[in-house]
Write a protein that binds this ligand. Structure first.
Ligand SMILES: Nc1ncnc2c1ncn2[C@@H]1O[C@H](COP(=O)(O)OP(=O)(O)O)[C@@H](O)[C@H]1O
Ligand SMILES: Cc1ncc(COP(=O)(O)O)c(N)n1
Length: 276
């Protein structure tokens, strides 16, 4: 049977991040993609030029329409923008017996524009994180969610524990922003204490627009196909590695990754190592 996934996220007119990245990733993985739009952004590889949020009632209506009609195997959230939208998403998911949920707590675009209002962080922690199967912050986002600075490996664990205290079942701290020139390392922690590190070679490129969206969408797609969380994370790392390695050289700024690289390149993908 065809697997179905739902993305609740913002639109990136530049096509590299947001709902466009999510749907392209679902498509590449053979998963039928559905969507609920939270905001329209006027955006390209150079930056965000405008944000136009959707009314919370409109977000609720989109989620309900999808969940009423499809058997959705997994859901992901991306840009949610406001506390109103976050509360609407949480209520809709709770009322519908929430499918496995991946939360990419999108806060700031690579160019620096805010995609989540400051006051919405409290709502995210209180209403949405408790529903999460997995939260996928990058390091700056983890610092905000955990309310601390992250500098050492010990800090990763402390930040993860603080995020897990919200009720989320697992968290992966993404190391895309670290200054390790050799490896792109991510740190996975589960609420029951199990943890692992997943690493691949770092690719030297400026074209990383939408890497976080693409990674979390791939995790969501694999979960919707019935893979375990660990297997979904491992294979998503192969997906993002392939997508970054086969960059498209589009636009004048931080270009998009290549969402149709995975099926061509997965056999030759640079090694993805899990260290338990
Ligand atoms: N240059 C790179 N080479 C290889 N993997 C990368 C690179 N940059 C990011 N990644 C990986 O892409 C995924 C998304 O991470 P990140 O870029 O930190 O997310 P975000 O877009 O939310 O800031 C992670 O698995 C990270 O390790
Ligand atoms: C609509 C939208 N959603 C999310 C991102 C984050 O992108 P990135 O994955 O590069 O952090 C973005 N730039 N635009």
């Amino acid at each position: 049977m065809t697997s179905v996934a739902l993305t609740i996220a913002g639109s990136d007119s530049g096509g590299g991040a947001g709902i466009q990245a999510d749907l392209k990733t679902f498509q590449e993985l053979g998963v039928f993609g559905t969507s609920a739009l939270t905001a329209v952004t006027a955006q390209n590889t150079l930056g965000v030029h405008g944000v136009y949020p959707i009314e919370a009632a409109g977000v609720t209506a989109q989620i309900q329409a999808v969940l009423d009609d499809f058997s959705v195997g997994a859901v992901k959230t991306g840009m949610l923008f406001s506390a109103d939208i976050i509360e609407a998403v949480a209520v809709s998911l709770r009322n519908n017996g929430c499918p496995p949920l991946v939360i990419d707590p999108v806060m700031i675009a690579k160019g620096g524009a805010s995609l989540l209002k400051d006051e919405a962080v409290t709502a995210l922690k209180a209403h949405l994180l408790p529903l999460a199967t997995l939260v996928t912050p990058n390091i700056p986002e983890a610092e905000v969610l955990a309310d601390m600075t992250i500098q050492s490996t010990a800090d990763y664990e402390e930040a993860a524990n603080r995020i897990l205290s919200s009720g989320a079942k697992a968290v992966i701290l993404k190391g895309g922003h670290s200054n390790d020139a050799q490896f792109a390392e991510d740190f996975f922690f589960r609420a029951d204490g199990y943890s692992f590190t997943i690493k691949s070679e770092r690719i030297a490129t400026k074209d990383t627009h939408g890497t976080g969206c693409t990674f979390s969408a791939a995790i969501t797609a694999f979960i919707s196909q019935g893979k375990s969380l660990q297997e979904a994370v491992r294979e998503a790392k192969v997906f993002i590695q392939a997508a970054i390695s086969d960059g498209l050289q589009l636009g004048g700024g931080h270009g998009p990754t290549n969402h149709w690289a995975y099926n061509r390149l997965k056999q030759d993908a640079k090694e993805v190592v899990i260290i338990e």
